[in-house]
Design a protein around this ligand. Structure first.
Ligand SMILES: Nc1ncnc2c1ncn2[C@@H]1O[C@H](COP(=O)(O)OP(=O)(O)OP(=O)(O)O)[C@@H](O)[C@H]1O
Length: 594
């Protein structure tokens, strides 16, 4: 089984996994995944945790391999423990807490790879899985799995209602700990901490890419003289060409126009993950793109959990090229370091964040027809989820905090790949000019951008303005207006219901199928056209006259649409010329994903 490797910048090639003296079954599993050298965070944390039994608080960049940094010590020590206490009946020895169900499933998959040669000794159960019915859960719990993975709320719920004991716990991991703490889980964590065994017999791992320096409370609540590892920035980000970050100042309607042009003309080579700030917005973008024959699939908190898992898996297997993910969790629940609590405007923006921003009439209609669908509070895809081979993260809507930005762009340039991020930023003077396409969070885009720029420059990164020649896309405007008009608020609502029904049906099928064949995911497509909007077949083709002259005869040349003029890039570096940016020679930055 081969696995993508972490970015070379993260790898510690002065150490090998063999030199860490791990149990041979664990070493073999790591080898079979294809990893030779640990990453920097792994080579720092693993010896401290295994040999010195230290608690670990680790802050290391997105994609730097934090998962194995805690899983290897946990598995190794359980194996040691099993050897020493051969007759000991199975008991829960480790609990891994994560903020979202998406992350729970992903961690389970990594654990399963690591315990493949010792599955008799170690069993692992994801309590937050959407695929386990009540009865199945009961019977799986009777096997006393050594490792439990759950969101804090799920664990608390099951501690009260099921036969789960954490009395013998040896490890507690809190992954994405800052998010767990700000996700409304504090109360659950307190309940869990009250039921934990004495701290001297418990080892804890608190991990995140964005941990505040203020970790006193965490230390007190969970740790005993922890080793604090901060491996960000200077050390890891030596290779600054891996992730190129662009922003585009663009009006509200032109965001849709640009997306149409970028995806219709195939200007991004490879998979793109698009983030929007609320669910309706995701459907609007999908339906608009559908008008032009561009397929995409949707990921949001109201879809059933196993459909969500399936969508992420299929995206990782390259079944879909375009995934539109709603990221509406963090900036609502996260303590927003950027918001000024005294500032009513900020508070309003925050409160409005989840509402689709449409005209007053539409809002009234919406109220009447309000969708009665529960959002899953434990949904989240901007944090921790190991999306594979993402060429580009497109912030169609800018997040409202610099912290969210770090996690979103961390979904690309992972695992040894390079990637780009493009963020659309609505200038304040353009805000509110095109009501049907506006979103209120955009009001503070420029302020958030300046915070992002400041924060990234602290890490040694630069955000570059991605200038495009608006004249080049003008020809497409009329078609976009036509396509956009067809996507009414009613069409969006219908699409939302239709997709939900489709996914619920698929989800039942998936659930049964997963129960019978947990490792064998049947191929159900999630990017089907939804079509509640008026379909205009003629929009699906791009007439030749709209293409740049050099591409009319030979469509392959379409990738070289001269969006950028007067600029060039040397040795992978962008040099500025009259405010525009471009790579040297043929390679457009949007085409250069390796
Ligand atoms: N030692 C290693 N050698 C090569 N690749 C690795 C190694 N360890 C982990 N990886 C790969 O690196 C990628 C990122 O790892 P992981 O998901 O653990 O990162 P992370 O630090 O938890 O990121 P995030 O903060 O976004 O959650 C994964 O695809 C993983 O398989």
């Amino acid at each position: 089984m081969s696995q993508p490797s972490a970015s070379q910048g993260y790898i510690d090639d002065s150490t090998s996994f063999d030199s860490l003296h791990l149990d041979s079954r664990l070493s073999q599993a790591i080898r079979s995944v294809g990893f030779k050298h640990p990453t920097l965070i792994q080579s720092s944390a693993i010896p401290l945790a295994i040999q010195e039994k230290r608690d670990i608080i680790a802050k290391a960049s997105t994609g730097s391999g934090k998962t194995l940094a805690y899983l290897i010590p946990v598995i190794q020590t359980i194996l040691d423990y099993r050897k020493a206490e051969q007759n000991e009946e199975g008991a829960t020895l480790g609990v891994i807490l994560v903020p979202t169900r998406e992350l729970a499933q992903q961690v389970l998959e990594v654990v399963e790879k690591l315990i493949v040669f010792c599955s008799q000794e170690i069993k692992c159960l994801n309590l937050s899985s959407g695929n386990i019915s009540g009865n199945l859960l009961k019977s799986l719990l009777t096997e006393n799995p050594e490792i439990l993975i759950a969101t804090p709320a799920k664990l608390v719920d099951l501690l009260d209602t099921q036969d789960i004991s954490i009395d013998h716990l040896k490890f507690l991991v809190i992954d994405e700990v800052d998010l767990v703490l700000t996700f409304g889980y504090q109360e659950d964590l307190t309940k869990i901490s009250e039921r934990l065994p004495l701290r001297k017999s418990l080892q804890t791992f608190l991990m995140s890419a964005t941990l505040n320096d203020d970790i006193q409370q965490l230390k007190q609540q969970f740790c005993r003289s922890p080793a604090i590892l901060k491996l960000n920035d200077d050390e890891i980000n030596k290779d600054q060409t891996k992730l190129i970050q662009y922003y585009v100042k663009v009006g509200e309607f032109d965001k849709f126009l640009l997306c149409y042009v970028i995806f219709k003309l195939g200007l991004i080579k490879g998979k793109t993950l698009i983030f929007v700030n609320n669910i309706d917005r995701g459907y609007r973008l999908k339906l608009v793109l559908e008008q032009f024959g561009i397929r995409s699939c949707i990921l949001n908190s109201e879809l059933p959990v196993n459909s969500r898992q399936h969508i992420v898996e299929e995206f990782n297997k390259n079944v879909y090229q375009l995934l539109i993910a709603t990221d509406d969790t963090e900036y609502i629940k996260e303590e927003d370091e950027d918001l000024d609590p005294e500032n009513t405007e900020d508070r309003e923006t925050k409160a409005d964040a989840d509402s689709a921003t449409v005209s007053k009439d539409d809002t009234k209609k919406q109220k009447k027809q309000k969708l009665n669908v529960e959002k899953d509070k434990e949904y989240g895809v901007s944090r921790g989820v190991d999306f594979r081979n993402v060429a580009c993260v497109l912030n169609f809507d800018l997040p409202t905090t610099a912290k969210s930005y770090v996690h979103r762009i961390g979904r690309t340039a992972r695992a040894g790949k390079s990637g780009i991020s493009i963020s659309f930023v609505v200038p304040l003077k353009e805000f509110g000019k095109h009501k049907p396409s506006m979103i209120k969070t955009a009001k503070k885009d420029e302020r958030v951008l300046s915070r992002i720029i400041k924060q990234q420059s602290k890490f040694g990164f630069e955000l570059q303005p991605y200038s495009f020649d608006i004249k080049q896309v003008e020809g497409f405007r009329y078609r976009m207006e036509d396509g956009f008009r067809a996507v009414t608020q009613v069409a969006i609502r219908e699409a939302r219901i239709k997709e939900l029904k489709q996914e619920l049906l698929a989800s039942e099928k998936l659930k049964r199928h997963f129960e019978e064949n947990p490792h064998d995911l049947e191929s159900l497509r999630h990017d089907k056209e939804l079509h509640p909007a008026r379909v205009q077949q003629h929009l699906k083709r791009v007439p030749d006259y709209l293409l740049p002259e050099n591409a009319r005869q030979d469509k392959k040349k379409i990738g070289f649409v001269p969006f950028h003029k007067n600029s060039h890039r040397k040795n992978g570096r962008v040099t500025k010329k009259k405010g525009n940016f471009q790579r040297k020679g043929k390679s457009d930055p949007l085409k250069s994903f390796k």
